[in-house]
Design a binder for this molecule. Structure first.
Ligand SMILES: Nc1ncnc2c1ncn2[C@@H]1O[C@H](COP(=O)(O)OP(=O)(O)OP(=O)(O)O)[C@@H](O)[C@H]1O
Length: 319
C-alpha cells in the first residue's frame, strides 16, 4: 500500500517539527526514515498513523487522506511506538487477546498463536509481561501490531535499547515480514547499518526538512568514495591554503586544514604540499553512512553556514 507525503508542516509552539517534506513510500517496500535527533521522525510517524494532525500538507495511505479519514487509516496501519508499555500482571497471550478483541478480529486464538510464533514468543506466551526482557517486550509490541495482518507497519526505532542478540532477532523478523507478506514497513533508526540491511529505500530528515530520499543502493553509490587529508601547517598557512585551493573541499578545523577529495585526486593533492605537513589520511568508503553525512552537509551548504553539523545533531550509531 503506497504512502504519499506531500508538503507536510507541523509546529509545536515555536518549534518547527516538520517543514514541508514530500516523498512517496512505495507499496510493499521496507522504507527507512533516518535523521538526527529532533529531525521530525516521530512527528512524521504520529501524523502518518493518525495520532496527530498536520498544520498543512497531506499524507495519504493507499490513496486515503489520513487527516480526513483517520479511522479507515488506523485499520490499515499498525504502529509500534518507541515506548510501548503493557500491564505487568497480564501474560503476553492475554495482551494479544485484548488487542485482537479491540480490533474485532476473528479466529483470535489461531492468529495469536501464529503471531507469537512469528515473533518467537511461543514459549513465553503464558508468562507475566513483568518478567519479559526489554527485547521480549518489543517483540510483544510487534506481535500486537502484526495481529491484524496490517498492510502498513510503522516501527519507531524498533531496536533502540536492545542487546545485539535482540537486534538480530528483530532484524530476522522484519526480513521475514518483508519476504512473506506484501506489507509496507516504515521504520526509523539511528543505526545506519541496520537501515542498510533492512531497507530498500530511505528518506533523510534534518530539522524537519527532507535532505535526501531514494533507494539505498543509489544513495550509497552516489555518495562515492573519497579521501580526507588532514594537514597541520607550520609557518606559511596562507601559502598552504593557496596550494590546496581547488584541489578538493577545504575546511579549516582549529589549527588543521582538511581537504576532502575523490580518491583519484589525492595524488595531485599530496604532490602539491610538503609531505611533512600531512598529519593523516581518512579514507571514506561509499555507503549509507557517507550518504547520510553528505545529505546533512548539503543542507548546511544550502543554509549557507558552510559548517559541519554539530556533534549533537549528527549523532548516529554506527556499530
Ligand atoms: N509534543 C511535543 N511538544 C513540543 N515539541 C515537540 C513535541 N513533539 C516533538 N517536539 C519537537 O519537535 C521536534 C521533532 O521531534 P521528533 O520527536 O519528531 O524528532 P525525532 O526525529 O523523532 O527525534 P529523536 O531521534 O531524538 O527521537 C523536536 O525539536 C522536538 O523537541
Amino acid at each position: 500500500m503506497q504512502i504519499t507525503i506531500t508538503d507536510v508542516h507541523k509546529r509545536y509552539g515555536d518549534v518547527v517539527a516538520l517543514d514541508g517534506p514530500s516523498f512517496d513510500i512505495p507499496s510493499g517496500s521496507t522504507f527507512g526514515v533516518l535523521g538526527t535527533n529532533g529531525a521530525g521522525k516521530t512527528t512524521l510517524f504520529e501524523l502518518l498513523v493518525g495520532h496527530d494532525r498536520p498544520d498543512s500538507g497531506r499524507i495519504e495511505v493507499g490513496g486515503i487522506d489520513v487527516d480526513a479519514a483517520g479511522h479507515q487509516v488506523r485499520e490499515r496501519v499498525a504502529f509500534l511506538p518507541e515506548h510501548a508499555g503493557f500491564p505487568d500482571a497480564m501474560t503476553g497471550r492475554e495482551v494479544l487477546d485484548v488487542h485482537a478483541r479491540m480490533r474485532g478480529l476473528e479466529a483470535r486464538d489461531d492468529r495469536i498463536d501464529d503471531t507469537l510464533e512469528t515473533v518467537g514468543l511461543t514459549e513465553a506466551a503464558d508468562r507475566a509481561v513483568s518478567g519479559y526482557s526489554n527485547g521480549m517486550g518489543r517483540r510483544l509490541g510487534l506481535a500486537a501490531a502484526l495481529l491484524g495482518e496490517p498492510p502498513v507497519l510503522v516501527l519507531d526505532e524498533p531496536t533502540a535499547g536492545l542487546d545485539p542478540r535482540g537486534v538480530t532477532t528483530f532484524h530476522e523478523i522484519v526480513e521475514r515480514i518483508d519476504r512473506e507478506t506484501d506489507a509496507t514497513v516504515v521504520l526509523s533508526s539511528h543505526v545506519l547499518s541496520e537501515v542498510e540491511r533492512l531497507c530498500d529505500e530511505v528518506a533523510i530528515l534534518e530539522g524537519g526538512e527532507l535532505r535526501a530520499v531514494g533507494p539505498v543502493d543509489e544513495l550509497r553509490t552516489a555518495s562515492g568514495d573519497g579521501v580526507t587529508v588532514v594537514l597541520h601547517p607550520a609557518g606559511d598557512r596562507p601559502g598552504l591554503l593557496d596550494a590546496v585551493q581547488g584541489r578538493g573541499e577545504v575546511t579549516e578545523v582549529g589549527d588543521a586544514i582538511e581537504v576532502t577529495c575523490e580518491r583519484d585526486a589525492a595524488f595531485d593533492l599530496l604532490s602539491a604540499v610538503d609531505s611533512a605537513l600531512v598529519d593523516r589520511f581518512e579514507v571514506r568508503e561509499p555507503g549509507l553512512e557517507a550518504a547520510f553525512h553528505d545529505a546533512l552537509a548539503d543542507g548546511d551548504d544550502r543554509r549557507g553556514d558552510g559548517q559541519p553539523a554539530d556533534a549533537e545533531s549528527t549523532e548516529v550509531s554506527v556499530p
